[in-house]
Ligand binder design. Structure first.
Ligand SMILES: *Cc1c(COP(=O)(O)O)cnc(C)c1O
Length: 358
């Protein structure tokens, strides 16, 4: 009976989904989720805990935390006329955007392969998801195909991950700007990997009325806090602000983010270490017989194994205690695995495990 009730009332597009799967990484070298391997430095932990001690947990958090917003603004150099909306991770902001533009026949457009949550959230919000394949050789944008898809589908929103996940590359800025100009709806540049990239669209905010930039503190080193932020013209953002649940950023996150922003140099230094480890890892992968590594401006590297061997090699690497991500089987990503850049010692473990698996 309950089965029948579920079928009657839960939307078919939700029932058709498989739950987001997070593999158990207990005891493993964890290089699967683009986390920063370095925690808060030990000399800062006591100061941080002292801040947390005074947080009144019986009270609701500040609804629109000014100190957090001001901290972000000053670090980013965000112009005063550009607004900021905070999310419980940028995943939540993708959902907020979709809630704002959804409706009968509304289209969400993105290149493929790209970040999986775009598609997932399009389905939550009953939007039509249209994807345009990247060039299969180097994962560059197929601008011709993007332009015709924009023309044909008139997307309410176009998501461009810059750099792209899972491929790691940055597309050409000029080509993206042309798409922004031709798009009838919103274009959201998802800069989750900004700390590791050489370029950004923050300096283009305000140049186009339909351009938004989204970032997160997750990949920078604070994935556990869940803080994402969306930037752009107030005409759009004041609408999204209405869709934000009143207390979506909890008190412990607020205080911890304020603390972290006051020590931004620590995270900048960690990002620099990760970038240089990435170059070493890329070179080591490229030197390996049978492996093709794709250049990355993020904190992970996508690489291709010899034909038909990705599943077996993924399992062998896991067997040796190193967890990475198996993308093989997804369109255009046959034989592809993705490794997050970790500490030098972790990257060595991975390289050894990979060499053994070959
Ligand atoms: C990881 C990731 C996100 C999600 O970040 P959260 O702030 O942790 O929700 C968004 N976009 C891209 C492209 C990502 O890779």
């Amino acid at each position: 009976m309950s089965q029948r009730t579920v079928r009657q009332w839960i939307r078919p597009e939700i029932r058709a989904q498989t739950p987001y799967h997070v593999p158990d990484a207990t005891g493993m070298v964890k290089l699967d989720a683009m986390e920063n391997p370095y925690g808060l430095p030990r000399h800062l932990v006591e100061d941080w805990l002292a801040r947390l001690r005074s947080v009144p947990l019986n009270r609701y958090p500040e609804s629109s935390p000014q100190a957090v917003k001001e901290g972000l603004r000053s670090i980013l150099g965000l112009p005063a006329e550009q607004q900021l909306v905070l999310g419980n991770g940028s995943d939540e902001l993708i959902q907020t955007i979709a809630l704002g533009v959804m409706g009968q026949g509304r289209v969400m457009l993105a290149p493929a392969p790209s970040f999986v949550m775009y598609r997932t959230i399009s389905s939550y919000t009953d939007m039509r998801y249209v994807e345009v394949p990247l060039n299969s050789s180097d994962f560059a944008l197929d601008t011709q195909a993007m332009r015709s898809a924009i023309e044909r589908y008139q997307p309410a929103v176009l998501f461009l991950a810059y750099p792209n996940n899972p491929t790691g590359n940055l597309w050409r800025k000029k080509e993206i700007e042309e798409l922004v100009l031709s798009a009838p709806g919103l274009v959201v540049i998802d800069e989750a990997y900004a700390p590791f990239a050489t370029d950004s669209f923050i300096d283009r905010l305000g140049a186009y009325p339909n351009l938004l930039v989204m970032r997160t503190l997750s990949k920078m080193g604070l994935a556990g806090l869940r803080l994402g932020f969306l930037m752009g013209p107030s005409e759009w953002l004041s609408e999204f602000e209405k869709l934000r649940l009143p207390y979506n950023i909890n008190s412990l996150t607020q205080v911890s983010v304020e603390f972290a922003l006051a020590h931004q140099a620590v995270f900048d230094e960690q990002a620099a270490r990760i970038r240089s480890a990435r170059e070493r890892l890329f070179n080591a992968l490229s030197d390996m017989e049978g492996i093709r590594a794709y250049p990355s401006e993020a904190n992970f590297i996508l690489f291709r194994t010899p034909k038909g061997r990705a599943d077996e090699m993924f399992a062998a690497i896991k067997q040796q205690g190193v967890l990475i991500k198996n993308l093989s089987g997804q369109a255009m990503l046959n034989d592809c695995l993705r490794v997050t850049v970790g500490k030098p010692s972790e990257n060595e473990c991975f390289l050894t495990a990979l060499a053994n698996s070959l």
